[in-house]
Design a binder for this molecule. Structure first.
Ligand SMILES: [Mg+2]
Ligand SMILES: [Zn+2]
Length: 185
């Protein structure tokens, strides 16, 4: 049997960090959830390739600059690296809905970019998000989807799309994925 595919797409706000809705517009507003590092560490230890995929329409709407957004990413990476953690890559959509781009979730453009850039198949990958647009992007490419309810209660999501799993937070999501990988070996 071939080894399971270990590609995971992870949304940012409401999954890695809490946010005073709707935007994190500067680093001082970025607050990691207490379980985030533990969850990422166990995924990485189990061979995961992690991709951040985040809608950041605050740029397109003029609430903060793309430069500020990139500063926040740089600080996130620094902090992760200090703990020996890293994402394979980070993707963001800076557009507003009116731009009708193909990267803003629920469109799967960021997932397709990652798959093209790193040469893997999207079917069988995993997606962890807290909003129906995340789940819809994963559904569109045949990923296994996990809805986390860290920020929202999730009721809105279940009306609009079908996550494969619904859990409380990223740590529980990581346990589900690792459990599935163990069974698949
Ligand atoms: Mg989110
Ligand atoms: Zn976009």
């Amino acid at each position: 049997m071939s080894a399971p595919k270990k590609y995971i797409f992870i949304d940012r706000d409401g999954v890695l960090n809490t946010t005073l809705p709707p935007y994190v517009s500067k680093w001082t507003e970025f607050v990691w959830y207490p379980w985030t590092f533990k969850a990422l560490r166990s995924l990485l230890k189990n061979g995961a390739n992690l991709f951040l995929i985040t809608n950041q329409s605050g740029v397109g709407r003029g609430y903060f600059s793309e430069e500020t957004l990139q500063e926040i990413f740089a600080k996130m990476k620094n902090r992760l690296n200090q703990s020996g953690l890293q994402f394979t890559d980070m993707y963001y959509c800076p557009h507003s809905p009116e731009d009708e781009c193909n990267c803003r979730k629920p469109a799967p453009g960021m997932l397709e970019d990652a798959a093209a850039n790193y040469d893997f198949e999207l079917a069988g990958s995993w997606l962890i998000g807290d909003h129906y647009t995340d789940i819809a992007a994963g559904n569109a490419v045949g990923a296994n989807t996990i809805l986390v309810k860290s920020l929202r209660d999730g009721s809105e999501v279940r009306d609009q799309c079908q996550p494969d799993f619904v859990v409380s937070n990223l740590l529980e999501a990581s346990e589900i994925i690792i459990g599935k990988w163990r069974k698949a070996v």
